[in-house]
Write a protein that binds this ligand. Structure first.
Ligand code: GLU
Length: 273
């Protein structure tokens, strides 16, 4: 039986670069601070929380004072190496304020595809969670590249977060993005466009609606969110898509007022009812 959002104990929260950073390329401290406070409070309420955070490249660009993302893979990987440690420094400091240590888990696709390493990663997640440590996950951008023979890359963190949710048996994936939800039409073209309340199956028609480019700093777009939703649906998980501008929205999501027998929900803000 599927669980109500309120009773979900193990939760993955995915946050994208566009939520963590301002459009001018600076780190959005206000949002990150709030996010760490909300997730710490969930831990206080005895939920098990895993954060999948993008931002390595975005934060690395800022740290190195680069205006644009270089095109070469070694340069991008070097930026991610700088940004990832900076990002963890920020998280460690802020979660530390609330008494929670953090643990970094950097994954590549081959690691979660191969049974032995997958098992080891699951054990690490479980140990961190049992010890009250907040696992913070990202793709290991410094080594993951597109290769044909040896597939290391997930491609985007929307997909990665859905894989992590299944891997660790989380009941709920909350995907925070810079969009309120999934619309019947492009809301930029039609401000009156209505939003889907619930989606139970990712059909070709929906994929058609989701076509479009991602944001300037991250790699995700609605298409990758739908692909993640499809993965969640097929693996019997719930996913909520919500705007991460105000991370307090996570409280509303989890406070879902009634049982909802759905696997995939789009959250418009306010309270789920
Ligand atoms: N792993 C990338 C980063 O941390 C982001 C990938 C994504 O947002 O999908 O910059």
């Amino acid at each position: 039986m599927r669980k109500s959002l309120h009773s979900c104990k193990r939760i993955v929260v995915k946050v994208g670069t566009s939520t963590l950073m301002h459009s001018n390329g600076n780190v959005n401290l206000r949002t990150i601070e709030k996010l760490t406070r909300v997730l710490s409070e969930l831990r206080n309420e005895e939920k098990e929380v895993v954060l999948v955070s993008s931002g390595a490249i975005g934060v690395g660009l800022r740290k190195l004072q680069l205006e644009t993302r270089p095109t070469s893979i070694p340069e991008q990987q070097a930026i991610a190496a700088v940004g990832q440690s900076e990002l963890m420094h920020i998280y460690s400091k802020l979660f530390g304020e609330y008494g929670y240590p953090v643990g970094q888990i950097l994954l590549t696709r081959d690691v979660t595809d191969y049974p032995t390493s997958r098992e080891n990663v699951i054990n690490t997640f479980n140990t961190l969670l049992n010890q009250g440590i907040i696992p913070i996950v990202n793709e290991n951008d410094t080594v993951a590249v597109e290769e044909i023979e040896h597939i290391t890359k997930y491609g985007d963190n929307d997909r990665l977060s859905a894989i992590v949710a299944k891997l660790i048996n989380a009941e709920l994936l909350i995907m925070l993005s810079d969009i309120d939800g999934f619309y019947h039409e492009n809301p930029l073209l039609n401000p009156a466009a209505a939003m889907f309340d619930e989606v139970h199956e990712v059909t070709d028609e929906l994929l058609q609606l989701a076509g479009g480019k991602g944001s300037e700093f991250g790699t995700g777009g609605m298409l990758t969110k739908l692909a993640a939703a499809d993965y969640c649906l097929k693996n019997d998980r719930q996913m909520v898509l919500a705007n991460g501008d105000d991370p307090d929205i996570i409280y509303d999501i989890i406070a879902g007022k009634k049982n909802r027998d759905v696997v995939y929900q789009f959250k418009t803000g306010g309270i789920l009812s």
